[in-house]
Write a protein that binds this ligand. Structure first.
Ligand SMILES: [Zn+2]
Length: 278
């Protein structure tokens, strides 16, 4: 049986965004929250919703507003909410689009924070919830405590409910890469992970959500079969497999915000997040 080592919450700051981005997002969020409360219908939208998390407990470097990290207690409450509602079916990323259940939800975690180890052991494994880790190669190769190491990635990948996906070799915006850099980012990130976990890696998340048609074509040529964006919204059978939408769960969300996001009251935000990628 796999034993996941519990890591103490790191005290230091780690990878993240700057003050200006945080402030801009905070102001934008206040306005967005008002709009979302008006849009809240108390009826869940049908379809396939992919939740996007970053850290659970780790203080993200430069994230002064706490946008990119939810606390373990908040996360547990959110998982309990999802598990207690029969109309929500938790599913894996590979099966989510095909599943006939009216409201499906998948979990994804970007950047490969190490705090997923205790979260998996204490919450996700006992509750039987599948989840995806999108790992950036250069982060996994750092010696600091914030990110999953190669050994930790290998260990957690042995869980039946985990899928490992790529998230770039260096977390560059792929839209700003030359054609050759693009090939290198997509190829080396996948090969690195496949070597670590000894399994095929066929899914990926665009670093910073940066994607255009040139990037999509390169991702397909690199052998990926599913790619997720940061554009807000819900997916259905007509969704583009290389541009699946996600719903970001922020450290600013309380449980009421979380419920509204699950029900789709924030999906209108997709138009904005497509233009103002973070
Ligand atoms: Zn990222």
């Amino acid at each position: 049986m796999l034993s996941l080592s519990i890591q103490k919450r790191p005290d230091g700051f780690v990878e993240g965004q700057g003050v200006l981005v945080g402030t801009r997002r905070l102001i934008s969020r206040g306005v967005s929250q008002l709009v979302s409360r008006v849009a809240y219908t108390h009826r869940p939208r049908r379809g396939y919703r992919i939740l996007m998390y970053h850290a659970v407990g780790t203080r993200v470097k430069g994230d002064f507003r706490g946008i990119f990290s939810v606390t373990p207690d908040e996360f547990k409450q959110q998982m309990e909410y999802l598990s207690q509602h029969a109309f929500i079916k938790m599913t894996s990323l590979e099966l989510g689009l095909m599943d006939p259940a009216p409201c499906r939800v998948s979990l994804t975690f970007d950047d490969g924070y190490r705090d997923i180890l205790p979260v998996a052991e204490k919450i996700l494994v006992p509750m039987g919830i599948p989840f995806v880790l999108f790992i950036t190669k250069s982060y996994a190769q750092r010696t600091g405590p914030e990110y999953l190491s190669k050994d930790a990635i290998r260990e957690i990948s042995r869980l039946a409910q985990v899928t490992i996906g790529a998230h770039g070799a260096t977390h560059k915006r792929l839209t700003e890469c030359s054609d050759q850099e693009l090939v290198t980012e997509l190829k080396t990130s996948r090969e690195f992970l496949e070597d670590v976990i000894s399994k095929p890696v066929r899914i990926m998340a665009y670093p910073h959500g940066a994607v255009n048609e040139r990037v999509v074509q390169a991702v397909v040529r690199a052998g990926y079969s599913i790619a997720v964006s940061t554009r807000a919204g819900i997916n259905n059978s007509a969704s583009h497999l290389m541009k699946l939408k996600r719903t970001e769960i922020s450290g600013l969300d309380d449980l009421a915000d979380f419920k509204m996001k699950i029900f789709g009251a924030w999906d209108w935000y997709g138009v904005k997040s497509w233009v103002c990628k973070t």
